[in-house]
Design a protein. Sequence first.
Length: 323
Amino acid sequence: MPRLIIHIGSQKTGSTSIQTFLTQVEDKLAAKGINYVSAARGPAAHNKLAYKRDTDNFPRLMRRLVREVQGAPDQTHIISAEMLFSPRMASSLTEFLPADLREETRIVGYIRRQDKFLEAMYKQVSKTGRFRGTPADYRRKRQNALNYSATFDAYANGFGRENVVVLPYEPKSFPNKNVLFHVAPYLELGEIDPADLPEKFSNITLSREVSELLGVIANHTDIDIAELIRVIIRNESEGAFYSGDSYSPAEQREIVDHYVEDNEYIRATYRPDLDQLFDCSDLEGDLASAGVPAEEQVLRLRQAQLAVFQAIGDSHTSARKDT
């Protein structure tokens, strides 16, 4: 059993659910001999390690972290942060963690099929107003950073290839279609009580139209976008939830084809037990080169407008009642 487990993400692979769970059940985990490390942790995750990497605080954070882990050698210690998913952070952790501790460390990383990752991230940065452009623009911006092997190889160099666990993010194949039931054995969590599962608000996939409309509101008003999203989800607004609507099927296959060599290298190096790294059965055969038809786009835009403005009305009504 490893003494330290570092869950490195990546983004859009259920990290928030994992971190929320680890935070909410700390006492239960402690009773099992599992410590969700306090050093360098924010409210739920250890992204502070990445934020502070280039400051004088980083060595101090790492010394505190090492003391906490070494001070309880009989426990299994867990760190979790999607911002650790980079060769740079792999090198930094290698530098500051003692060699004997690195030998007893497991690196756990989920990766998502690149077209699905790009769509999920595009919607994320759109709805918060951090990106103003099209899905094609976002693809051009990010596609060179999606060769996942560089990160896993960097961790393998520092911690040993045998200590690096690569997990394709395929929720449909997970127990109960939930990442927590899937990750439990890799984090040494034991059996998970379904009653301890966090709410799934962070895992709901909004439509492209809703995401883009929320981004406009975020950039031009002081309205709380996170609250609007919660209200839209509670309302179960019609037409507000879609996946696979940012890139056409042909574009999805084109994106995946771009990473065939790197994905195969990862499979052969880290997951030779798999026939393929990702399920690509939906990308076989003749695929449409066009996206959503124009008339469907109009319908979805109307549905998005109704969902968002209803949520604004509901959230403001609630706010007025509170005052």
